[in-house]
Design a protein around this ligand. Structure first.
Ligand code: PEP
Ligand code: MG
Length: 752
């Protein structure tokens, strides 16, 4: 029965502020709230459960009236028990005799037995689930409807404050190791393929172990200062050797991966700190571990997530030093031979992981078309994007099978599944059978010759491109070498990379795309990474035009590397004719400079426009008159036409290259190319996807550029298609205005 004066029941702001001031921790603050609420609501129990999004659980964080020992121990899923139900259904749950409700869940040891009346109200801040606040009373049928109103009002009033407390508590909790709470029966997760392949290994979570400290067991053996000097020299040699070894696979990046570590060894502050401790009598291995740990914790305190890389470097160098000092083997990197699980990764992280010989990646955010995925493909690291946040708490000893080609993750897989997946992968990777699919000239069943080119992200991709007889490079993503450096690479550095690329495919046409930085490709050394909406910000050609010095250095390097070769220059993310003309004028300026300097360079390279924005599609005829060729970047075109972030897996279902708007745009571009005699190629991931090949041929596309690994499959598929039939299918598809109808036609093959 309602018997309280509810005008006084809503807590006043001063009262809450006092609680904040007095509390020495967030937990104590929540505890004080529960005491205050029991007083206001005139009941015996008030408990606060906070929602832990990582584990998707409610956790009891404070209580007045129940057993205080249950705090942090009582955990429930959304929907579990009356408390979980309140959050699931986002409504108050009020019971006069809670135990009679079939949803009631008894937790032993919590001390709930004697309480009859129960009222739970979800704590929400907008759409954010913060937790649940519960009050209980020994009396039956104690809470009346007015009580529900008042309790809701109090909860709403406290939501923002409790949310702040929750964030702070979770931050602190992260420092302790989260218990493994992945549901025991969770054996299989379906995600999306980011980079094909298969991996079988135990896992390591990025972010957690990155801040773990370096350990050196207190061995009895004493080492001298001379031992330390020897270890430093040995480490330097080792790093040099590693650089040379990796050079073969990552000629455009390798040096830089280890440069940071070599620099650590040269860093006076770092080395002096170690020697200072040694001189003070500390055994050198302990001195190394102590200084490394000090640096790791300094770096971990820095907000900027790009600086995370520094933690890897410091730890890596520390491990090597310890190994060379003590002769005891250290594991090189936390991620060696592991399947890495990460909430977020940057493309440069993928390179680091490659250098640590990581076997696979499970990414909890980011789309399959993100650049981390694109790079992972070049590095041959299987990658799957999934949504199971609880994976972050997977025990490190559990074996995981990543069937990335299918987008599947098997936890502690059954031996039969393991054998089957591994066997299939072996077949898929059989290079000889792949080579057999390649023909001298890729053509359709009815004899239409098609140009199949390769996208090159890293110079290492050239091997497969040559092996599978690519007709040239349709897209070289020049930004990747920029991403791992600490500053823009010089003209000479770029020249060396581009020259290797051009020489890597003698006689073939090489399309060099200028910098496409921004969006999900961030440089740690520019400010634009802090943009609120980077895909709509200072990205790509905008950045190049804003920094003429950087642009000119790149264009000069491209022109010089193209001397005597067939190079084309392609500008990304062009949104207007003006932009293209400005870029063209910059090329002219470089040409004049090089002429004056008497250098040899590519005299008249064709200049192309990447068609990636709806605005460019609208003015495609004007563009086609000015540009020498057009290259359709469907990854971005789909993103910008449909307003669907290509890196956001939450909206991946809306990322549909076969949306009628996209298809009509493609048609328009192909027609403009035909009208003005310009080659139109397609270089986005749509070109990789066998599902779209018939449609694209039917639209009139005859030039495709894709990751080299897909070339054999494309040769094979082309051979089965007839352009005439494809055109019929495309006609039918273009006549549709609904995505679902188009999907059906594609699914059925439309008779092709
Ligand atoms: C595209 O947008 O389709 C493209 C090829 O460029 P990138 O994926 O590098 O943005
Ligand atoms: Mg693009």
């Amino acid at each position: 029965m309602f018997k309280r004066d509810h005008t006084k029941l809503i807590c006043d702001v001063g009262e809450i502020t006092d609680l904040f001031h007095d509390a020495v921790s967030m937990e104590e603050f929540l505890q004080k709230i529960t005491a205050m609420v029991t007083r206001h609501m005139d009941c015996e129990v008030c408990s606060i459960y906070l929602y832990d999004a990582n584990h998707r659980e409610l956790v009891l964080k404070a209580t007045t009236g129940l057993n205080p020992g249950s705090v942090n121990k009582v955990r429930m899923k959304i929907g579990e028990g009356l408390t979980g139900l309140a959050l699931k259904e986002r409504r108050p749950i009020c019971e006069g005799q809670a135990k009679n409700n079939p949803n009631f869940r008894f937790f032993s040891g919590i001390g709930e037995e004697k309480f009859e009346s129960f009222l739970a109200v979800p704590i929400l801040r907008g759409n954010v689930e913060v937790g649940v606040m519960v009050i209980q009373s020994e009396k039956k049928d104690y809470f009346a409807s007015e009580d529900i109103q008042v309790f809701r009002a109090i909860t709403a009033q406290l939501a923002t404050t409790i949310e702040t407390a929750r964030v702070l508590i979770m931050l602190n909790d992260k420092k302790e190791k989260a218990p493994a709470v992945l549901p025991k029966d969770l054996k299989f997760i379906r995600g999306r393929c980011g980079a094909e392949g298969v991996a079988l290994a135990t896992t390591a979570v990025i972010g957690e172990s990155a801040t773990d400290l370096l350990h050196y067991g207190t061995g009895d053996k004493r080492y001298s200062e001379a031992d330390l000097h020897r270890a430093i020299t040995a480490t330097e040699r080792q790093l040099e050797k590693l650089q040379i070894k990796l050079e073969e696979t990552l000629p455009d990046m390798t040096g830089l991966i280890f440069n940071a570590q070599v620099l650590m060894l040269k860093d006076k502050g770092f080395m002096d700190s170690i020697f200072h401790l040694v001189k003070a009598g500390i055994n050198p291995p302990s001195a190394v571990a102590e200084v490394v740990n000090d640096y790791v914790s300094k770096f971990s305190r820095i907000e900027d997530s790009y600086l995370r890389e520094k933690i890897y470097d410091v730890k890596d160098v520390g491990r090597r030093l310890l190994e060379n000092l003590t002769g005891r083997e250290q594991k090189h990197g936390d991620y060696q031979d592991k399947i890495v699980i990460a909430s977020e990764l940057f493309p440069s992280d993928a390179l680091k992981l490659f250098s640590q010989r990581t076997k696979g990646i499970i990414l909890l955010s980011g789309g399959a078309a993100s650049h981390v995925a694109i790079l992972a493909r070049s590095l041959n690291i299987p990658l799957v994007v999934v949504h199971e946040g609880a994976l972050l708490s997977l025990a490190p000893s559990v074996e995981v099978l990543l069937d990335a080609s299918m987008g599947y993750v098997y936890i502690d897989p059954d031996p039969l599944i393991k054998a089957k997946v591994l066997q299939r992968e072996e077949l898929d990777l059989n290079i000889d059978s792949l080579k057999k699919m390649i023909r001298e000239r890729p053509q359709t069943r009815d004899g239409v010759v098609v140009k199949l080119m390769a996208n090159i992200n890293l110079l290492g991709d050239l091997k497969a491109a040559n092996e599978f007889k690519a007709d040239g490079v349709g897209l070289y993503r020049s930004e990747f070498p920029f991403m791992i450096r600490n500053n823009f690479p010089s003209e000479q550095e770029q020249y060396l990379i581009y020259r290797r690329l051009v020489e890597g495919m003698p006689g073939k046409e090489i399309t060099l795309r200028t910098l496409d930085i921004g969006g999900d490709k961030v440089l740690s050394y520019t400010q634009h990474s802090r943009e609120g909406n980077p895909f709509l910000g200072m990205r790509s050609i905008r950045l190049s035009l804003k920094h003429p010095d950087v642009f000119i250095a790149q264009l000069r390097a491209m022109l010089l590397a193209g001397a005597g070769r067939r190079v084309r220059i392609l500008f990304p993310m062009i949104s207007s004719l003006d932009e293209f003309l400005q870029a063209k004028a910059m090329v002219q300026e470089c040409v004049q400079q090089l002429e004056t300097e008497g250098k040899e360079f590519a005299v008249n390279p064709p200049l192309g426009v990447m068609v990636e924005l709806p605005s460019t599609v609208e003015i495609i005829n004007d563009m086609a008159q000015e540009a020498d060729f057009l290259s359709i970047g469907t990854n971005d075109l789909v993103q910008y036409m449909l307003a669907v972030d290509r890196t956001n897996d939450q909206v991946a279902a809306l990322y549909l290259p076969h949306h009628p708007a996209v298809l009509r745009a493609l048609k328009k571009v192909v027609e403009a190319g035909l009208k003005y005699g310009r080659e139109v190629s397609i270089c986005g991931d749509m070109a990789n996807d066998p599902k779209y090949l018939g449609l694209l041929l039917g639209l009139g596309l005859r030039c495709f550029s894709m990751d080299a690994r897909y070339l054999p499959r494309m040769h094979e598929q082309l051979r089965q298609l007839s352009v005439k039939e494809c055109e019929k299918l495309t006609q039918k598809i273009l006549a549709q205005s609904q995505i679902s109808r188009i999907a059906q036609l594609l699914e059925s093959g439309g008779g092709v």
